[in-house]
Design a protein around this ligand. Structure first.
Ligand code: HEC
Ligand code: HEC
Length: 217
């Protein structure tokens, strides 16, 4: 009797798992990382700059805690030089860091950081942040700048897998990235929506929206 019910259970499990995998991308099982393995690399190698739990205390180094796993994995891949092609995203520091990482390591790191609780950097200049909130929520009709909230969501949590979390990120890091998108230095891909968006931003819009984002939670 026992073995029959076990058989029944495994049959149900099989049906369930095959119907789940039919609903998701074919590589879904491959893209799920092992957070425990990611933790080892994160605490031994990455912690010096991103802190052990991914809440960076250095404003130029991004916080990774609570970021979507897929986004982290994709960025790590983009820092890596592929054969003779230059890396999609240039960073003298990160290109060295990703050198020894395998595709599996990158998925594991994504899984680890996604599970860490994010601590917002916090606003330093309230009136600047208030100005930035208008940009974040309403964009700029005159220059055709879309509202950030449309893709990064009203609370900055982002929409996985494509739109990264921004909430609580260091203002200095955010502003640097926006300038880098504006100059088409980051991710030289004409399909990257952020190039068009950042190209429509003035310096004060960049500074104020970055300040606002650092306090979002
Ligand atoms: C020596 C300091 C340093 C170390 C060590 C380091 N990083 Fe970074 N990391 C940075 C800096 C600086 C940036 C921003 C690069 C840029 O300006 O584009 C960054 C960016 C990133 C990003 C992109 C984040 C985003 O929001 O787009 C990820 C992901 C990342 N690092 C993961 C890691 C992992 C995983 C490790 C360990 C294997 C690691 N880093 C080790 C300094 C470091
Ligand atoms: C149409 C959708 C869309 C809108 C609107 C949008 N973004 Fe983005 N944003 C993206 C995508 C997609 C990425 C990931 C780009 C990549 O992978 O290189 C991104 C990435 C970013 C990043 C890099 C995050 C990191 O951790 O390095 C910042 C900063 C950012 N956006 C800020 C903004 C701000 C500020 C606004 C409003 C002025 C805005 N975005 C509006 C789609 C959007």
């Amino acid at each position: 009797m026992k073995s029959v019910s076990n058989l029944m259970l495994s049959f149900v499990a099989l049906v369930l798992s095959s119907s789940i995998s039919a609903d998701t991308a074919p590589s879904a099982s491959k893209t799920r990382g092992d957070a425990a393995k990611g933790r080892e690399i994160a605490t031994q190698v990455c912690a010096a700059c991103h802190s052990p739990d991914g809440n960076s205390v250095i404003p130029m180094n991004p916080s990774l805690a609570g970021q979507h796993a897929e986004y982290i994995t994709r960025q790590l891949e983009s820092f890596k030089q592929q054969d003779d092609k230059p890396a999609i995203r240039q960073s003298p520091v990160m290109s060295v860091m990703v050198e020894p990482l395998s595709a599996e390591d990158m998925r594991n790191l994504g899984a680890y950081y996604a599970q860490q609780a994010a601590r917002p950097a916090g606003v330093k200049d309230k009136s600047l942040a208030l100005q930035g909130e208008k940009v974040y929520r309403g964009g700029n009709l005159e220059s055709g700048l879309p509202a950030c909230a449309g893709c990064h969501s009203p609370n900055g949590a982002g929409i996985p897998p494509h739109y990264p979390r921004l909430a609580g990120q260091h203002a200095e890091y955010v502003a640097t990235q926006l300038r880098s998108f504006r100059a088409s230095e980051r991710a030289k891909d004409p399909n990257n929506e952020m190039h068009m968006i950042a190209s429509r931003m003035s310096e004060i819009e960049i500074e104020s929206v970055s300040e606002f984002i650092s306090g979002l939670r």
